[in-house]
Ligand binder design. Structure first.
Ligand SMILES: NC(=O)c1ccc[n+]([C@@H]2O[C@H](COP(=O)([O-])OP(=O)(O)OC[C@H]3O[C@@H](n4cnc5c(N)ncnc54)[C@H](OP(=O)(O)O)[C@@H]3O)[C@@H](O)[C@H]2O)c1
Length: 317
């Protein structure tokens, strides 16, 4: 397996004092490393999580390490639009200018289910919750420009365990087609890519750059829906590493690059990928940025339609 793509070390030493970032799902996996790195560089980071007790545990560890930045814990359940609205109101009252929003939280291959607002669980959590959050934070991001919005997508937006990623506008919530957890994940991760692309078009000239990323195949709790996390982290770990699975600090590199590198401003709406598994083998080496092999990821009409539908679904129309 080729070595993972890594951020230039100097980028991870830049001074981020005075900057404020929000990271959703910041209590675990890639999000937790992202919070820690930004705080190491002196930033104020809002660690947004659905289980605040877990966020506070992570906060205590970072406090004990004496990091120069500030970590604030805030409750956010992306599966409840009321929680998203309350979170955005609390955070923007305290931080009217933001340098970055990392839409990192996610669920994968969940059983058939609905969010509190009646959306299919994965589309609702991974895309619609983040869509509303981003809209509500846009004034603060514009005020903090230059700023970034980084959506955590996946190479599975292209193909997830054999299911090709596409948005089924006639049946977004699997009400008429049989439910398939991987198909729903692929749809939600393609939505993350299209969301960033449409947002970038709308934000042209604002100083706010929206992009999406694939973090690599990373050893986190995400695996829980199809393999016990303890198996991944113990007996299977050496074999999974040989097969290409990377550690959370490596998985956070693409997010940090997308958030911090100046070059990213030249690629609004682009997709940045760690090593991955794509239908087109040439894409497997990743790229910052990478042209997605999924033709649907380049469909500007679909991106605009998804934006309009999402706006309506979250009550912003
Ligand atoms: N790991 C990989 O190989 C991989 C590959 C491609 C893409 N990704 C993407 O990377 C992102 C980060 O995932 P990860 O691998 O770091 O997994 P993880 O360790 O499971 O972290 C996911 C985070 O999302 C949070 N979350 C889940 N549902 C939520 C909700 N309703 N509201 C708020 N937060 C919620 C989780 O909270 P709890 O701790 O409370 O569950 C957790 O903090 C995801 O978007 C994922 O799709 C990961």
């Amino acid at each position: 397996m080729p070595a993972p793509l890594l951020c230039p070390p100097a980028l991870l030493q830049t001074d981020l004092r005075g900057r404020v970032y929000i990271v959703t799902g910041g209590n675990s996996g890639i999000g937790l490393v992202t919070v820690r790195q930004l705080a190491t560089q002196g930033a104020t980071v809002v660690l947004a999580c659905r289980r605040p007790a877990e966020g506070e545990k992570a906060q205590a560890v970072m406090l004990a390490a004496g990091l120069p930045g500030v970590v604030e814990v805030e409750a956010l359940d992306l599966g409840q639009l009321a929680s998203v609205r309350a979170f955005a109101a609390r955070v923007t009252a305290r931080h009217p200018a933001l340098s970055g929003l990392v839409n990192n939280a996610g669920v994968m291959n969940t059983p058939k289910g609905k969010t509190a607002d009646g959306f299919e669980t994965q589309l609702g959590t991974n895309h619609l919750g983040h869509f509303l959050l981003t809209e509500l934070l846009l004034p603060a991001l514009r005020a903090g420009a230059p700023a970034r919005v980084v959506n955590l997508s996946s190479c599975f937006h292209d193909k997830a365990q054999g299911r090709e990623g596409h948005i089924d506008f006639d049946d977004l919530h699997f009400e008429r087609r049989p439910y398939d957890g991987w198909e729903a994940y692929a749809q939600s991760k393609l939505a993350n890519v299209l969301h960033a692309a449409a947002l970038a078009r709308r934000l042209e000239g604002s100083g706010v750059t929206a992009i999406s990323v694939h973090p690599g195949w990373v050893r986190t709790n995400l695996v829980g829906s199809f393999m016990p996390v303890w198996v991944q982290n113990t007996v299977a770990r050496p074999f999974l590493r040989l097969a290409g699975m990377i550690e959370p600090w490596e998985g956070a590199q693409t997010t940090l690059y997308a958030l911090l590198a100046h070059e990213v401003e030249a690629h609004p709406g682009a997709f940045f990928s760690q090593r991955g598994i794509y239908r087109d083998k040439a894409a497997n080496l990743g790229g910052w940025p990478l042209r997605s092999p999924n033709p649907h990821a380049h469909d500007a009409a679909a991106a605009a339609r998804l934006e309009a539908v999402s706006r309506q679904l979250v009550g912003l129309a």
